[in-house]
Ligand binder design. Structure first.
Ligand SMILES: *[C@@H]1O[C@H](CO)[C@@H](O)[C@H](O)[C@H]1NC(C)=O
Ligand SMILES: *[C@@H]1O[C@H](CO)[C@@H](O)[C@H](O)[C@H]1NC(C)=O
Ligand SMILES: *[C@@H]1O[C@H](CO)[C@@H](O)[C@H](O)[C@H]1NC(C)=O
Ligand SMILES: CC(=O)N[C@H]1CO[C@H](CO)[C@@H](O)[C@@H]1O
Length: 286
């Protein structure tokens, strides 16, 4: 049952990470804290799954990846995304969790360290259900990220108009309700599924507290068109130079700086409200 819930939620959630410890071995210093990491989610977590898919949700062109060592990869941001930061904090080498698209053509060894199933638009999830059932019995530690404040996304503000808060209040009200029920679901699952541990990350609380100077505008230039929230390709569109000052990279997706801020407190909570019932660091140690 839990597995189907994960798949369902993966279609809605900002990000979905799954940490498995089926090997139950002792890890030496320098080794990752958990043996493998599986990621489910949407474009906020995608690391290249959509590049060859028939979809409009693509980020495999410049300026995407402008601050990523390998450049453009299909990540929907300027640098590292949320799973990149979480994986690094868990001790995985930089960029070592392949996209499902790459893992499928790569070696088995690669897949054993984990796979990123996240896809802009989340369409890949249905395709990968079969693969995931292979890992079903081993899935023991699950991190669920709550939805971010969708009503504060610059694109939504542009399309719907802002309330006094500067955001679209009705969207944020729905997000807050959804997240509180999601947190209850995490509690329910922990009490009723003895072999697995779930934690909830309060993305909204963390981002409201993160004080990135510009949170109401995209760093890269986007088209004025209603359906165009992504960066205009280089060299036609401009990109801001002070990228660490912006919470949003394009009109929909957080910047590397914003992802870094969320990952830091998801991994090691600063406030008791950041995670429930505890943070990723503690989950990894269980
Ligand atoms: C937000 O703005 C919309 C559109 O202008 C308006 O209908 C709605 O009542 C406002 N909501 C709040 C909570 O002020
Ligand atoms: C998230 O954090 C904020 C501020 O710390 C808090 O007010 C809110 O209740 C938290 N949300 C959930 C779902 O725990
Ligand atoms: C970022 O740089 C632009 C010019 O490229 C400037 O207009 C803007 O005020 C700067 N913003 C911050 C927060 O530094
Ligand atoms: C503590 C908790 O959430 N336990 C739940 C386990 O599942 C039963 C229903 O099957 C609920 O009634 C409990 O509340």
């Amino acid at each position: 049952m839990a597995y189907w819930l994960m798949i369902l939620l993966g279609k809605l959630l900002t990000s979905f990470l799954l940490v498995s410890n089926f090997l139950q071995q002792h890890f030496a210093n320098g080794e990752p804290q958990v043996p493998c990491l599986f990621i489910f989610g949407d474009s906020l977590s995608d690391n290249g799954n959509n590049n060859d898919r028939a979809t409009l949700a693509k980020a495999n062109y410049q300026p995407y990846g402008i601050d990523f060592p390998k450049g453009t990869t299909g990540r929907f941001t300027n640098g590292r995304n949320l799973p990149d930061f979480i994986a690094e904090k868990l001790g995985f080498p930089h960029d070592s969790i392949p996209s499902y698209a790459n893992a499928a053509v790569g070696s088995v060894k690669k897949i054993l360290k984990g796979v990123n199933y996240a896809s802009g638009g989340s369409g890949i999830l249905t395709e990968s259900v079969k693969t995931m059932t292979l890992h079903k019995r081993e899935a023991r530690k699950v991190v669920v990220f709550g939805l971010g404040l969708l009503g504060c996304i610059p694109y939504e503000v542009r399309i719907n108009g802002a309330n006094i808060s500067g955001c679209v209040d009705k969207f944020n009200e729905a997000v807050i309700l959804f997240n509180s029920r999601l947190k209850s679901l995490v509690s329910y699952l922990n009490n009723n599924l003895t072999k697995a541990t779930f934690i909830f990350i309060n993305s909204t609380g963390i981002s409201l507290d993160s004080n990135i100077p510009v949170s109401n505008a995209a760093c890269c230039q986007v088209s004025e068109l209603v359906s165009a929230p992504q960066c205009i390709p280089l060299p036609f569109g401009k990109v801001c130079s002070n990228r660490t000052q912006y919470a949003f990279w394009d009109e929909l997706h957080p910047s590397e700086t914003a992802f870094s801020a969320i990952a830091a407190r998801a991994y090691r909570a600063l406030l008791p409200t950041d995670s429930y019932p505890f943070d990723i660091q503690r989950l990894a140690q269980l």
